[in-house]
Design a binder for this molecule. Structure first.
Ligand code: SF4
Length: 331
């Protein structure tokens, strides 16, 4: 690991000031991804700014009836929060589908959104990777691509975003609150937060240099049956081949976000209008223009079948509880 300097931020203003003033500075909170990348020298920050003491560790109700989740709320605490379990079951289930108990105890809400791809070529400094070293090429293209993107990719990068939580946040229409180096605060819709790779796969989010996430805000609950179905090569501690996060209403309408298929959580609102025609039609709209490789083309029918199973679970939940609240089922 390259040597680096370290400090604890005393306030958000101090954190963002230092992040823009000190060359090569990075924020660190849980460090569950960043420290791995530093050990492999994939990331080599010259200075770490520890933001763990900034107090962004609360889950609070908002005046609009939603929740404001502090950036430092640990994944375990977020998944276990009774308000989240009751009103945002999709989020709780997506969190529990990710990583391991130990990692969830440490990983934060903001860090989960910011985690980087698990493309194996990104983690191998001997391989060309435009994300790690812009302009060097992409060893994945023409390589082993079973885990890679099938939609929204580019000639520069075909990586996927690994987060389960972000898939749920996308379906829930979360917004990300930040503070910038000049002290200005802004909110970014989750739909705009993660970028597609284009020609700059190293730029993964809408954050400006030195911009710090302070919270993630959820709108008022929308009810419905919340299901997160993750398909992976082993039963735990594995990234998704594909995942489907859905909120299904009694009238058959649904929100659907998909993980494991693109450089960001994949949701196409227009595809949700196809719900009356079934999972096949929804999947066709979700993957219009998809560019799978021979090794990962299986993901498209896998999403279709997973969505079909999710919709069946939702119907069964409605039949089991026809007059009660439209409560979530277990995925
Ligand atoms: Fe790098 Fe993206 Fe290519 Fe993987 S897919 S090697 S992350 S440029």
């Amino acid at each position: 690991m390259k040597s680096f300097t370290y400090e604890r931020a005393s306030s958000p203003a101090h954190a963002v000031l230092q992040a823009t003033k000190v060359p090569g500075a990075r924020f660190i909170a849980g460090g569950t991804n960043l420290l791995d990348l530093m050990k492999l020298e994939i990331e080599t920050p010259a200075h770490l700014i520890d933001v763990n003491g900034l107090g962004f560790d609360k889950i609070e109700p908002t005046p609009e009836g939603g929740l404001r989740i502090g950036a430092l709320v640990r994944n375990t605490d977020l998944a276990a929060d009774m308000r989240v379990r009751r009103d945002y079951g999709l989020l709780s289930r997506a969190l529990l589908a990710g990583a391991s108990g130990q990692l969830r105890n440490k990983a934060t809400t903001a860090g989960n959104l910011l985690q980087r791809t698990r493309c194996p070529y990104f983690y191998d400094p001997q391989q060309a990777c435009n994300k790690r070293q812009p302009g060097s090429g992409c060893a994945a293209i023409g390589g082993y691509t079973r885990m890679h993107a099938v939609v929204g990719s580019s000639d520069a990068c075909i990586a996927t975003h690994p987060s389960d939580m972000a898939v749920a946040m996308r379906a829930l229409d979360a917004t990300v609150e930040t503070v910038r180096a000049n002290g200005a605060r802004r909110t970014i819709a989750i739909a705009d937060f993660h970028r597609l790779p284009g020609n700059t796969p190293q730029v993964e989010t809408a954050l400006a240099p030195g911009e710090l996430i302070t919270a993630v805000r959820l709108p008022a609950p929308v009810g419905g049956t919340h299901i997160y179905q993750k398909v992976r090569d082993r039963a735990s501690y594995a990234f998704a081949l594909v995942s489907v996060g859905a909120i299904v209403q009694r009238d058959g309408s649904a929100r659907v976000a998909v993980g494991g298929v693109a450089h960001r959580p994949w949701r196409v609102e227009a595809a949700e209008a196809e719900m009356p025609r079934g999972a096949k039609a929804v999947a066709a709209a979700l993957f219009a223009g998809a560019t799978p490789t021979p090794q990962n083309a299986f993901k498209i029918p896998l999403v279709e079948r997973t969505l079909d199973a999710v919709l069946m679970q939702a119907r069964q939940a409605g039949q089991a509880n026809p007059t009660g609240p439209n409560s979530p089922t277990r995925s």
